[in-house]
Design a protein around this ligand. Structure first.
Ligand code: PLP
Length: 378
């Protein structure tokens, strides 16, 4: 089938793979081995990757901590700060449409005494500064708002939210997993204290990610959640995943060089797909914030069809209904429900996400194919 599920995961870029391979075999050293060339070679590769990642987001290399992915980065950020602040402050502000790797962390902390405000977005998936301002309490230590939503692509006013957080002496975390390589990020200009990212959404391998932690902020005192040999300056113990790290670094450098041109190409293809569906099929709607969203994604609801049948009928295209990360359950997407879709329409919604290897021929085929399938189900 034609792969249109790049927001679930991406294939590894061949240039990334080439860069990684020697670190499985000849350069297999442990980056923590300080007494021989094997260790030094691995450590050099890790530090080079750290710089490549930092360069993509305007950070310093020493502000990057490697994790197993964005789920772990989110856990480290939120649990680590909760533990740091727990005797003084215990309130978090976040959003109903965050990834489960934020929401379930907050739910867990609530059992330990944390209080969370979940802001409700508008029908485009946006939250307002006023909503945040109204939710701030003297006990608020963290605002966590995702940069862009994984299902509907809506991009939040990150810079303004960060500024509001800082004005109130509150730390600001953003889950930017879906944004790296798609939108230019600058942690200074965007007022970000902590940022989560993941390799496998960016043409690097699965099982590698990072947390950016601002050096000159209280965030840098967060409490580690995995203890052991004090790797990563104590923030995250465990022998480093050198191959994953090398891959993530290379993927970030490629993204930095190719971001603008590639995203222009993708948004043209995405618009073609979206217009093709809107113009050729009756009773469809596009979800999310059309004015400001991820360039590679469109989320479309099809009226008058049974949702489960719809997804099952798309044999020739690989797409997603709701988030692949929570696809173990067949509940209607909580993101779509939060922006006001009813259960039926939420079920009958498809996320098409394009990527580096998507071609115009694939988009032309998909438009015709979706029309056929939807009309046969009606
Ligand atoms: N956050 C967001 C917004 C995501 O889309 C995902 C992946 O689907 C994650 C976090 C989880 O990332 P990882 O698979 O690296 O744990």
């Amino acid at each position: 089938p034609i792969y249109l599920d790049y927001n679930a995961t991406t294939p590894v870029d061949k240039r990334v793979l080439e860069k990684i391979l020697p670190y499985f075999t000849e350069h297999f050293g442990n980056a923590a081995s300080r007494s021989h060339l094997y260790g030094w070679t691995a450590q050099d590769a890790v530090e080079n990757a750290r710089q490549q990642i930092a360069d993509l987001i305007g950070a310093e290399a020493k502000e990057i901590v490697f994790t197993s992915g964005a789920t772990e980065a989110n856990n480290l950020a939120i649990k680590g700060l909760y533990e740091l602040f727990s005797t003084s402050k215990n309130h978090i502000i976040t959003v109903e449409t965050e990834h489960k790797a934020i929401l379930d962390v907050c739910k867990h902390l609530e059992k330990l005494g944390c209080e969370t405000t979940y802001l409700k977005p508008d029908s485009a998936g946006l939250i307002s500064l006023e909503q945040i301002e109204n939710a701030i309490r003297p006990e608020t230590f963290l605002i966590s708002v995702m940069y862009a939503n994984n299902e509907i692509g809506t991009i939040q006013p990150i810079r303004e939210i960060g500024a509001l957080a800082h004005k109130n002496d509150i730390l600001f975390h953003t889950d930017a997993t879906q944004v790296l390589g798609k939108v230019a990020i600058d942690v200074d200009a965007d007022n970000i204290d902590l940022l989560s990212l993941s390799g496998h959404k960016l043409y690097a391998p699965k099982g590698i990610g990072a947390l950016y932690i601002r050096k000159k902020s209280k965030a840098s005192q967060l409490i580690a959640q995995i203890d052991g040999g004090r790797h990563e300056r104590g923030y995250r113990s465990g022998t480093l995943n050198v191959t994953g790290i090398v891959g993530l670094g290379e993927a970030c450098e490629i993204a930095k060089n190719e971001l603008l041109a590639e995203n222009q190409r993708l948004s043209i293809l995405r618009d073609k797909l979206e217009q093709g569906i809107l113009q050729n099929i009756a009773d469809v709607q596009v979800n999310g914030n059309i004015e400001n969203r991820l360039p590679n994604l469109t989320n479309i609801s099809f009226g008058g069809v049974d949702g489960e049948n719809l997804l099952m009928s798309f044999r020739d295209i690989a797409v997603s209904s709701g988030s692949a990360c929570t696809s173990a359950t067949v509940e209607p997407s909580y993101v779509l429900k939060a922006i006001g879709l009813d259960d039926n329409l939420a079920y009958a919604t498809i996320r098409f996400s394009l990527g580096k290897f998507t071609t115009e021929e694939e988009i032309d085929f998909t438009i015709k194919y979706v029309k056929e399938v939807v009309e046969s189900l009606r």
